[in-house]
Design a protein around this ligand. Structure first.
Ligand code: SF4
Length: 92
């Protein structure tokens, strides 16, 4: 089974207007931030036409990969979603 098929089994309760991960403003993305385009298993990071890395965290599985990779560079603000929001794993 492909990762994308497995992710499809999850459910998400989106906390509208309160994303739990924010990319800090940047003139040019750091190598760590750019690596998130490939490293995020849920493909939450994208490169905009302006060359900025943006995050859409509605499908985030809270794996913490971006938190660890961008910890030193300080490119993102990361926190868990508020109680009751975020990913709901169907199979535990
Ligand atoms: Fe992607 Fe994991 Fe970061 Fe969520 S916590 S945005 S799934 S790398």
């Amino acid at each position: 089974m492909r990762v994308e098929d497995k992710l499809f089994n999850n459910r998400y309760l989106v906390d509208t207007g309160r994303p739990h991960i924010k990319v800090r403003p940047h003139a040019k993305p750091s190598p760590q931030l750019l690596s998130m385009l490939k490293a995020c298993p849920a493909r939450c990071y994208e490169l905009s036409e302006q060359g900025q890395v943006e995050a859409t965290v509605d499908g985030c599985i809270e794996c913490g990969t971006c938190r660890i990779i961008c910890e030193e560079s300080g490119d993102i603000e990361w926190s868990y979603p508020r109680g009751g929001y975020g990913v709901l794993f169907k199979f535990g």
